[in-house]
Design a protein around this ligand. Structure first.
Ligand SMILES: C[S@@+](CC[C@H](N)C(=O)[O-])C[C@H]1O[C@@H](n2cnc3c(N)ncnc32)[C@H](O)[C@@H]1O
Length: 364
């Protein structure tokens, strides 16, 4: 019997790899087209190449301040660790390697798609990991579901992952054209577009001031409300144009400014940050977590939190100091810890990170 060529629709034939995306130029520019960066396990040389240029490969996240986190929380064999914000799993992997044998890692995240990818990515770590698609404000319920009285380490690395910020479909960045969504958790009812349609001018101005220290908060809030007569603001580029106009800039004018001062913060960066914090109620969730933590830690247990925004860091600092004063915590860090110059140079996204920790008494 002769050998026959397998056909495309032959159920027995192996699946063909998907056709590579077509793009102009030597390297793909669009997030979706960067197929090698989305598959670093198969193309490990790409990670080094992209990171050497000070960038984060698409679809990945570089964990920040890992050495300081491990040195202050000192995970050890047999411990139970809760990573409240597992993200890409960078910190989680380090914890898992240190708590085996006998330890357990419990991983939380609100992002359904990324949690599934991370479940696959962490499949081979030496400690058992259970994943919960859950807001960390509900960490008490997770402990109950796991049948645990508490944990030895609770860790949170607040804010968004690089995957979320770089994916144009999530609308988190002024850099990419996309829908003005900004939700980390797609079960949330209100998107960024819904929010800027419904909030009053004063509420918007206050959010811009309080959540992002935006100096032109009033002018931007006024421009957002005034634009409503022309229809909904649904795209990231519409919001960028609106903010530029409120600051008396044009796209071209901003390009020229940036060319002469490359380090300048984008005029819309603070507006996107404030909106994201509002959409995801980031400060409300953090307050809830901080109120629960002392009751989730076993005697001697440690909490560590990385924040990226002065409002968050203030909440963490106050909660830990108040906890020491009232006896909920035994000790806390004397001063905030920040990334080294070397870390910031190799991962510019770590620049605004701030880490604080606190510990419960060994005996209650
Ligand atoms: C900065 S990333 C964490 C990165 C992670 N440490 C790593 O090494 O890959 C923050 C993650 O926290 C998640 N997140 C933010 N707020 C959350 C909340 N309230 N509850 C649970 N997850 C949250 C985001 O979806 C995101 O995946």
């Amino acid at each position: 019997m002769g050998i026959t060529e397998p056909k495309d629709n032959d159920a027995e034939s192996p699946a063909r790899p998907p056709r590579r995306a077509r793009y102009r130029g030597t390297y793909p520019q669009n997030y979706r087209d960067k197929y090698k960066e989305h598959n670093l396990e198969a193309y490990p040389e790409i990670a080094a190449h992209v990171r050497a240029k000070g960038n984060t490969p698409a679809g990945s996240h570089v964990p920040v301040m890992t050495e300081q986190v491990l040195a202050c929380l000192h995970p050890a064999p047999g411990q139970v660790v809760i990573d409240c914000t597992v993200g890409y799993g960078g910190h989680a992997r380090e914890f898992a390697q240190r708590i085996a044998p006998g330890g357990r890692l419990i991983a939380l995240d609100v992002d359904r798609a990324e949690l599934e990818r991370t479940r696959v990515r962490l499949a081979g770590v030496p400690a058992p990991v259970s994943f919960h698609r859950c807001n960390f404000a509900g960490v008490g319920n997770v402990l109950a579901k796991e049948g645990l009285d508490g944990c030895d380490i609770l860790f949170a690395d607040l804010g968004v992952s690089s995957m979320q910020i770089d994916d144009p479909d999530r609308g988190m960045s002024y850099k990419h054209e996309g829908p003005l969504d900004l939700r980390m958790d797609d079960r949330l009812k209100r998107t960024g577009a819904d929010l800027i349609e419904s909030l009053g001018q004063d509420e918007l101005a206050e959010a811009l001031r309080e959540l992002a220290d935006e100096p032109d908060a009033e002018a931007i809030a006024r421009a957002i409300v005034a634009r409503r007569v022309a229809g909904r603001t649904t795209q990231t580029s519409q919001l960028v144009e609106l903010v530029l106009a409120a600051k008396g800039l044009t796209v071209e004018g901003w390009r020229k400014q940036r060319a002469s001062h490359p380090g300048l913060l984008h005029p819309a960066a603070r507006t996107f940050q404030a909106l994201r914090i509002l959409v995801n109620d980031e400060l409300g969730c953090l307050k809830k977590l901080l109120s629960l933590v002392p009751y989730c830690l076993r005697p001697g247990g440690r909490i560590g939190i990385i924040s990226f925004h002065s409002g968050e860091d203030r909440l963490v600092k106050q909660s830990f100091r108040e906890g020491v004063r009232t006896g909920l915590y035994h000790e806390t860090c004397d001063a905030v810890l920040v990334p080294s110059r070397e870390e910031i140079a190799s991962n510019p996204r770590s620049a605004s990170a701030k880490f604080r920790w606190a510990a419960r008494k060994t005996h209650s």
